[in-house]
Design a protein around this ligand. Structure first.
Ligand SMILES: C[S@@+](CC[C@H](N)C(=O)[O-])C[C@H]1O[C@@H](n2cnc3c(N)ncnc32)[C@H](O)[C@@H]1O
Length: 227
């Protein structure tokens, strides 16, 4: 990671107020948001975890179609904006709290499977994990650890939208900030996902530097998409 978690948090705190207006200006960002939402496709009784939820672009859009959405982020400013937007829209099932990729702060009470409801009768599980434009802040070894932490939550699907390289990165035209961002190649992400027991079921190239990967639990591991 080129910056510490606290440095990333402070950076996003300082831009939280204008984040929605500035970030939404890019075609690639909008395309990734749409694809992540489309591929997440939760059922009404699903619990969705949105890692690096920011101001809620993904979590707020999925809240209507899921039972609960757990938004996790490290920037208080971004989370506060997400909570305000949820309140303004009357959305009560988007629960935003501090959590990192490697330690998403999902209480054991939230983890399990549809077959293992808690003693209080509430279902205990994370069914779908989504993350958009956030994992590229981690170094590759940290991304691998994060993907293993996500797999340990036992979701049936993980949808990752992010800066990622489909070909050789073009140093003349980086569509990210090399001083703070650390994007991976699609190959590295695919390997990490399959190593963690996911099967890659869709690869959406939005641009040679942006894409969306869909990974599903795979009892036997291995890829399901032709490469
Ligand atoms: C570019 S924003 C994306 C926000 C949102 N997912 C979206 O699509 O608009 C990246 C977010 O990742 C968060 N973030 C950075 N490092 C993180 C980490 N290690 N764990 C969790 N969130 C992190 C930042 O605070 C920021 O809100």
């Amino acid at each position: 990671m080129k910056k510490t978690i606290d440095e990333h948090a402070a950076r996003f705190d300082s831009i939280a107020g204008e984040y929605d207006d500035s970030q939404n200006d890019t075609e690639e960002y909008r395309a990734c948001v749409s694809l992540v939402i489309e591929h997440a496709d939760p059922n009404p009784d699903d619990v969705v975890l949105d890692l690096g939820c920011g101001t809620g672009a993904i979590g707020l859009s999925l809240a209507d179609s899921a039972e609960r959405v757990l938004g996790r982020d490290v920037s208080e400013g971004m989370m506060e904006r997400a909570r305000e937007k949820a309140a303004d829209a009357g959305i009560e099932n988007f629960e935003v709290e501090y959590g990192t990729f490697r330690d998403p702060n999902v209480e054991s009470a939230d983890i399990g499977s549809s077959e293992t409801p808690q003693a209080d009768g509430r279902d205990a599980r994370v069914d779908i994990v989504v993350s958009n434009f956030a994992m590229h802040h981690l170094a590759n070894d940290e991304k691998r650890e994060a993907i293993h932490a996500i797999a340990a939550l036992n979701p049936r699907r993980f949808v990752l939208g992010d800066v990622m390289f489909f070909g050789e990165p073009n140093p003349e035209n980086p569509l990210y900030s090399p001083e703070v961002d650390d994007p991976a190649t699609v190959g590295m992400l695919a390997d990490a996902l399959t190593d963690a027991g996911f099967a890659l079921t869709a690869v959406e190239m939005v641009h040679e530097q942006f894409g969306v990967l869909v990974a599903e639990r795979s009892p036997n591991g291995g890829r399901t998409v032709e490469e």
